[in-house]
Design a protein around this ligand. Structure first.
Ligand SMILES: [Zn+2]
Length: 341
């Protein structure tokens, strides 16, 4: 079992204090439709940053950024759908059930224990799922489209009965389909079931960003799984190394770029990462496939209820209702830092 190969870096049970066990996932995130990473109607531009193109290639390019929040919020919501379905979200202080984007996390559910929460009165749980901004391989200018959305008349066309064109409603910037982001996700002191829960969330989430009922389709592919006592190189270092790999091979870096070529180049880059300080174990391709099969089995119709209830029960010794633990303390609660997006 590939999950056993990681056992030195997995916690046998949940504990309150960190012990430096680190599992890292290398994820390739690919847009399958137009995608908008911004809050609709705010006019804020899609996030991009000027960075060095490669580690060897010192030219500066502007890359698209998929922020931490844009990754984690939909993945948390995905897991929480199933916690809700199994009645594994708990009542929070204000009498409602645990919800994202509110100031009243339940502090007792799988999501609260794993992704963390910040609540007033001293209660807080640090997230054990560490993400960082993911960067596009190619420059932002190749990957952004711009569309003017016109009002549609009742005839279903953009002209009225007199043939007048409708006026532009909105100019909307979007990320094109087939855009690739490379990402490193770090898991701290998670148990085997917590690992299955997080990987399940990453693989089952298929919509990201704004207006996600219509756009924002994405696919996540796990290209590498590592165990150790330190973090892997960052998402930026990864994308820079992949850039250098293509530049060295003379391959033109232009959109659209084949997914398989990126997956292969990324695997080549990460193949020697066990030489990095604090990184001990890398699962082989066959072991990653086996791990994903294990995750799929636990999330299947037959086993999901058992799996989620077992994971939920693992926190029982550490649970205390927020209302009791915070008695008489300050009621000001900071925002749930991982929510939103
Ligand atoms: Zn909760």
């Amino acid at each position: 079992m590939s999950i056993e190969k990681l056992s030195k870096f997995l916690a046998p049970t949940y504990e309150n204090f960190p012990k430096g066990r680190t599992i890292s996932l290398v994820v390739l995130r690919t847009t399958l439709s137009e995608t908008i990473f911004r809050t609709e109607g705010t006019g804020e531009p899609i996030c991009r940053e000027f960075v060095q193109a490669g580690e060897n290639d010192t030219n500066v390019i502007q890359r698209l950024v998929m922020t931490k929040r844009k990754q984690v919020a939909p993945e948390r919501r995905k897991g929480r759908e199933f916690l809700r379905a199994e009645s594994l979200l708990y009542p929070s202080k204000d009498g409602t059930f645990c919800a994202l984007n509110t100031n009243a996390p339940c502090e007792m559910c799988v999501d609260c224990f794993l992704y963390g929460f910040a609540a007033g009165g001293g209660g807080a749980q640090k997230s054990r799922v560490w993400t960082e901004d993911a960067f596009s391989l190619l420059p932002a200018s190749n990957l952004i489209g711009d569309r003017t959305i016109n009002a549609i008349f009742e005839t279903g066309t953009m002209r009225d009965e007199k043939g007048n064109a409708s006026t532009a409603l909105n100019t909307s910037e979007y990320i094109k389909p087939s855009v690739h982001f490379l990402d490193v996700v770090t898991l701290k002191d998670v148990t085997a079931d917590e690992l299955r829960y997080i990987v399940g969330n990453v693989l089952l989430t298929s919509r990201y960003g704004a207006v996600s009922s219509r756009v924002g389709r994405m696919e996540n592919q796990i290209l590498g799984v590592f165990g150790g006592i330190a973090e892997l190189p960052s998402s930026l270092e990864l994308v820079q190394s992949v850039h250098d790999t293509f530049t060295a091979s003379g391959k033109a870096l232009e959109h659209p770029f084949e997914q398989q070529a990126i997956a292969d180049a990324t695997k080549q880059v990460i193949s020697n990462w066990t030489n990095k300080r604090g990184v001990s174990v890398k699962l082989s391709d066959a072991e990653v496939t086996e791990l994903i099969a294990d995750v799929d089995r636990n999330w299947s119709e037959d086993e999901r209820e058992t799996f989620l209830k077992r994971l939920d029960a693992s926190y029982e010794p550490f649970r205390h209702a927020p209302a009791e633990s915070k008695k008489g303390k300050n009621k000001n609660k900071p925002k749930d830092t991982e929510a939103g997006g």
